[in-house]
Design a protein around this ligand. Structure first.
Ligand code: CTP
Ligand code: MG
Length: 381
């Protein structure tokens, strides 16, 4: 293997000030670190990807990403985290390593290619942007102008030979970036054109600014549909949308047989493309016997949100001759609002008969049909 990419994601993101560390906040529906990880994984010249994660978080990240990514724990400083990443590199000593901040999601394939190309003749390479604004130095009340023609804003990824950067970073100091280590050794550094999209998320306002830059149009909402049937047997009532409705019969099922919420759970999972209710709550598992269906519904809403999709509305149709749904409709909507977090006006509950035809017409069972609309979660803490 010749070329490796290291993404350092072990920082605490203190200046960004959100509860969730900035590198795992969702941006356009995916964690920030995943943006550059995908760019490296998709690039034909990258043989190994190393992700450096906060101490104690190895298992959390491991669950989120593919097996072919090397995951290691970082240290207290950025340089320590880089050193941990370098130790995990399995490329040849003379191979190229690209070291990148997870907090810079806007990495394009062109930048990776240009860096690798520059390494044909350089000891190190990095993307850099000219300084557009006038620069002033203030000492006391006096201002002086600084010549900006020789000044650059340097970004990551920064490219090195593995052996050279290991040696240069071998000491215990914490450097502002990895290039500083090569500069100190008088190495030949090539600057390639930087990219405004490669800006780093540092302060609270940076996340939404980058999101707008990288996702000029939000992804379209997603639609899902669900369908479920439960049989009726003699009993004292049925549970629909969490409301117990007195009846001469009850619904048969391994849980509370709430056919309406089962269909809705499937519609939500369907919109987020997260499988179906049977995948998450297998009927074969005794722990779900008699379980209240609000558990299933809540879980579907939560895992969809974690995947970047928020439930925005739903529409349910109950198909049965009896019991009459209308008298219970408002209670069913209100209870569904409680569990999903939607407002009542975004929840529709309807009912129809099948004119005496089929299994619903013969009152052998109740069927339910649901649809759900999920919108991308844009800002999330
Ligand atoms: N980083 C790291 N290990 C550290 C410190 C930083 O891997 N001990 C990573 C961050 O996760 C980030 C990159 O280095 O992707 C750039 O650092 P910075 O922007 O300073 O991020 P944080 O240190 O997380 O933020 P802050 O300094 O505001 O706490
Ligand atoms: Mg920092």
């Amino acid at each position: 293997m010749k070329t490796a990419a290291i993404i350092v994601a072990a920082g605490r993101g203190q200046r960004a000030g959100s509860n969730t560390p900035k590198q795992v906040r969702l941006l356009g529906g995916r964690p920030v670190f995943e943006w550059s990880l995908r760019a490296f994984q998709a690039h034909i010249d990258i043989d190994q990807c190393v992700l450096v994660v906060p101490r104690g978080k190895h298992a959390d990240y491991r669950d989120l990403i593919e097996d072919n990514v090397t995951v290691v724990e970082g240290g207290d400083t950025r340089s320590e985290s880089v050193r941990a990443g370098l130790r995990a590199c399995e490329i040849e000593e003379n191979g190229i390593v690209l070291i990148h901040d997870a907090a810079r999601p806007g990495l394009r394939a062109e930048t990776i290619s240009a860096l690798i190309e520059a390494m044909a003749t350089a000891d190190a390479a990095a993307p850099a942007l000219p300084v557009a604004d006038a620069l002033k130095r203030k000492s006391g009340t006096a201002l002086s102008t600084i010549d900006r023609s020789e000044l650059f804003r340097v970004q990551t990824p920064q490219a090195f030979r593995l052996k050279a950067i290991k040696e240069a970073l071998g000491h215990d100091q914490d450097l502002v970036d990895d290039l500083a280590a090569i500069e100190a050794a008088d190495g030949h550094v090539t600057l390639i054109p930087g990219d405004e999209a490669l800006a780093k998320i540092t302060y609270p306002e940076d996340h939404s600014r980058l999101e707008k830059l990288l996702m000029p149009t939000a992804p379209a909402p997603r639609f899902g549909s669900g369908y479920d049937v439960h049989a009726l047997e003699p009993g004292d009532g049925v549970t629909l949308c969490g409301i117990k409705i007195p009846h001469t019969h009850s619904l048969v099922g391994h849980s509370d047989a709430d056919v309406a919420w089962h269909a809705l759970t499937d519609a939500i999972l369907g919109a987020a493309a997260l499988g179906d209710i049977g995948d998450h709550f297998p009927p074969s598992d005794p722990q779900w016997k008699g379980a209240p269906s609000d558990l299933f519904l809540k879980h579907a809403v939560e895992i969809s949100r974690r995947a970047g999709w928020a439930l925005t509305s739903c529409d349910l149709t109950l198909i049965c001759e009896a019991p009459k749904i209308k008298p219970h409709r408002e209670a069913m909507r209100a209870r569904t609002a409680d569990v999903t977090g939607l407002s009542i006006d975004a929840i529709s509950v309807k009912a129809t008969t099948t004119e005496g035809l089929g299994f619903t017409g013969r009152k052998e069972g109740i069927a339910a049909q649901a649809s759900a609309v999920l919108a991308p979660v844009t800002l999330q803490d």
